[in-house]
Design a protein around this ligand. Sequence first.
Ligand code: FMN
Length: 171
Amino acid sequence: MNSFNELAKDRYSCRKISDRKVEQEKIDKIIESAIAAPTAVNKQPFKIFLMDSEEAKKNIHEVCNYTFGADTFLLLGYTEKEGWVRSFDNRNFADVDGSIVATHMMMEIADQGLATTWVGHFDAPKLKSMYKELADYELIAIFPIGYPTDEARPSHLHAKRKSKEDVFEIL
Ligand SMILES: Cc1cc2nc3c(=O)[nH]c(=O)nc-3n(C[C@H](O)[C@H](O)[C@H](O)COP(=O)(O)O)c2cc1C
């Protein structure tokens, strides 16, 4: 079993994904890990959509160029209607909560030996216009999910991390 530190370092955005079907138990685990994510005041202001039908997959391809060969797509949205609002400055934390949930999903996918990339570059307004179920949600991630192909490798950006000196300071 991976330690979290190994998993955090080994995970990478995989952009070569086979269309082999992802088993339902693995999808269930991803949802479980999403539900386990902490959220401000436990508001859990998010929803996950499995874009499962042929039409749903066609729609994903219509709004997103970053599908990487996958055949399974999870879509994540958060809603400010359910988010905790900090009284000092009226900041709504639903976006932060959504990011934590997405990160849990991404790490669970990696922990299962599956491949994904968090995709934020898609036409969210167009996708929202296709489904009344999405109306309340800000769509922040499409996860194309599958098994990595033999050619799958981390991109050059994966190794390009800031140093400890860049990101850490003792005050
Ligand atoms: C919020 C977010 C949005 C992203 N959107 C995209 C995207 O639309 N397309 C893509 O190819 N990669 C996307 N990525 C992946 C990043 O480019 C990638 O995480 C970064 O380059 C570091 O590489 P690594 O994940 O392999 O370590 C996104 C990542 C995050 C966290």
